[in-house]
Write a protein that binds this ligand. Structure first.
Ligand code: GDP
Ligand code: MG
Length: 164
């Protein structure tokens, strides 16, 4: 049996990776939490888009600092997810705008040399669209604006994934 292609969701804590994961999975598997750094395990599920299955992997946020000292383990999980991925979904938060941790994630993804689908989540309203221009400087082009909470942009996002 051929292993399914892996699509890994990465980004700094709290951008909505787990929300996107659950949305694309069509059910609640990953824990969504307003507290940064909640997803510590590497979670995966099979998603079918246009009859084409892939394995979607959620990861804990990069650059987590917490007293449990799980950072190293989380970082290892992320490194593994990126390494095993055919496509990486790089998630940023259009409401927060560009923050230094996004630059750290971008630097890491440049080194990984994998196809990246660049996604600006939390575009709950068209008024946030112009803010997406902030993210051009990361070097991944124009992000696809979506909202996991408002369920906006899913077909476009799945289309971009399938292109790769
Ligand atoms: P993760 O740390 O990247 O996995 O982020 P989570 O999925 O746990 O979400 C972090 C917070 O952002 C939670 O409070 C979510 O409800 C919120 N969130 C996720 N997606 C959206 C969105 O599209 N719009 C808004 N306004 N909030 C969102
Ligand atoms: Mg999470």
């Amino acid at each position: 049996l051929m292993p399914l292609p892996v699509v890994a969701i990465v980004g700094r804590p709290n951008v909505g990776k787990s929300s996107l994961f659950n949305w694309l999975a069509g059910r609640r598997i990953s824990i969504v939490d307003p507290t940064a750094g909640v997803t510590r395990d590497r979670l995966s599920t099979v998603v079918q888009a246009d009859g084409r299955p892939f394995e979607l992997v959620d990861t804990g946020g990069m650059g987590i600092q917490d007293k449990d000292n799980l950072t190293e383990d989380v970082e290892r999980q992320i490194a593994y997810a990126i390494e095993s991925a055919s496509v990486v979904l790089f998630i940023v938060d259009v409401r927060d705008g560009l923050v230094p941790l996004d630059q750290d994630v971008a630097a890491r993804l440049r080194r990984a040399n994998k196809p990246v689908v660049f996604v600006a989540n939390k575009t709950d309203d068209p008024k946030f669209l112009p803010g997406a221009a902030d993210f051009y400087s990361l070097g991944f082009g124009e992000p696809l604006c979506v909202s996991a909470n408002q369920l906006l942009g899913k077909d476009d996002l799945l289309g971009r994934i399938l292109e790769h």
